[in-house]
Design a protein. Structure first.
Length: 183
């Protein structure tokens, strides 16, 4: 049975291109199925380009430009992966500040695959345990985190829960875990 999240708003932060389509689509649908309102936030208004690995696959409408998005109006944050998406986001100071505000406010943050790259830039991972796509393990360790190779990791060592997964094959467990952490 899916947790009832009616009335909850979940921000999905993505760059203008490079998001892995399935890593946005499946957590988004899981939020809808639970009664939550998912909101696509991006540094640029308009549309974002989603990818299937390295191939452009679809476009998705931005609901709120990052400049107008206020973390106080959301209950949780999801950071989908794709290689280019978090690599672009981590170079946008406003995006990093947006993510940091969720962590500092103690709100759940969920990141899959390469999504933790953006979390690294927040400087909030010291002592946390996460998973990710394997190529990020050195980056996460250098940020002070412990990296483990598991389907899903829920780190509750601080007020903000961090939910991380390695890859699209982990999406079912990822979606269940991140939805469970939303108050």
């Amino acid at each position: 049975m899916t947790k009832d999240l009616t009335g909850r708003r979940i921000a999905f932060l993505v760059a203008d291109e490079g998001t892995e389509r399935v890593e946005l689509r499946d957590p988004w649908q899981a939020a809808l199925d639970a009664g939550a309102t998912p909101v696509l936030v991006s540094p640029r208004p308009g549309k974002v380009d989603l990818f299937d690995h390295l191939d452009r696959a679809a476009q998705w409408d931005v609901d709120e430009p990052l400049s107008a998005a206020d973390p106080d109006r959301f209950d949780a944050l999801v950071l989908p992966g794709g290689v280019a998406n978090p690599d672009k986001l981590r170079t946008v100071p406003e995006a990093v500040a947006f993510v940091r505000r969720f962590v500092e406010a103690g709100k759940p943050v969920a990141a899959i695959c390469h999504g933790p790259w953006t979390l690294i830039e927040t400087g909030t991972l010291d002592g946390r345990t996460l998973t990710s796509w394997p190529s990020l393990q050195t980056d996460l360790r250098n940020a002070g985190a412990t990296w483990v190779d598991q389907e899903v990791v829920v780190c509750t060592s601080r007020p903000s829960s961090l939910v991380t997964s390695r890859k699209p094959d982990d999406l079912k467990a990822f979606c269940e875990a991140y939805l469970e952490r939303i108050p």
